[in-house]
Design a protein around this ligand. Structure first.
Ligand SMILES: Cc1cn([C@H]2C[C@H](O)[C@@H](COP(=O)(O)OP(=O)(O)O[C@H]3O[C@@H](C)C(=O)[C@@H](O)[C@H]3O)O2)c(=O)[nH]c1=O
Length: 181
């Protein structure tokens, strides 16, 4: 497992090993001790899968407010996605910075997203499947979001958005911490 730093403080792009033979392959996607050695000390308590029918669909940008803020691992099991994280931690040296990653069922990459960052993705192929691990329980009342095209984030998406939930279209404009207080 190779843990690479990203442009977002404490977020990691993790390159997963894959042992190949004539049958196919085997590869570890989580190793508690190696994660701890690289500063990922949270306990992952929920695992979820999303399946998305069509390429161009966008989910995000999502995060949960305290006390339900969650660390996440994101791994593309099938197809390909353009994955994006945005740092919403006012105390972070990379506050308000966003970064995109290409994740696919071929490139053996997983993203670690620290609590306090927003996350979203756009599918690049039909029938994409995404596996998550979360360090906190889902709390509908603490689930928050930012519009994928909020100008304050300035995210460049890979293609036009073909499908998005009403919830994701209705997130209010994001107010940075400096404007809220
Ligand atoms: C996220 C989540 C949703 N749900 C339910 C709520 C709802 O009825 C249904 C679909 O929820 P959503 O519309 O929020 O699903 P979705 O838009 O796919 O939400 C996901 O988006 C990506 C970008 C993330 O980062 C994830 O953490 C998660 O927020 O599933 C859970 O029961 N547990 C969960 O952890």
């Amino acid at each position: 497992m190779l843990f690479q730093s990203t442009e977002i403080h404490e977020a990691k792009e993790i390159i997963l090993p894959r042992h190949k033979d004539e049958r196919g392959s085997f590869g570890r996607i989580f190793d508690r001790d190696m994660f701890m050695d690289h500063g990922i000390t949270c306990e992952f308590i929920q695992f979820s899968i999303s399946r998305t029918k069509h390429a161009g669909t966008l989910r995000g940008m999502h995060y949960q407010k305290a006390p339900y803020a969650e660390d996440k691992l994101v791994y593309c099991l099938r197809g390909a996605i353009h994955d994006v994280i945005c740092d919403l931690r006012p105390e972070s040296p990379t506050y308000m910075k966003c970064q995109g990653f290409h994740l696919s069922d071929q490139n053996n990459r997983m993203i670690y997203i620290p609590a306090g960052c927003a996350h979203g993705f756009q599918t690049m192929e039909d029938n994409a499947e995404v596996l998550y691990a979360m360090s906190n329980i889902y709390s509908e009342n603490h689930a928050c979001g930012i519009r994928f095209d909020d100008p304050i984030l300035g995210i460049t998406w890979a293609r036009p958005v073909s499908c998005i939930s009403a919830k994701d279209l209705n997130w209010p404009p994001y107010a940075p911490a400096s404007l809220v207080d």
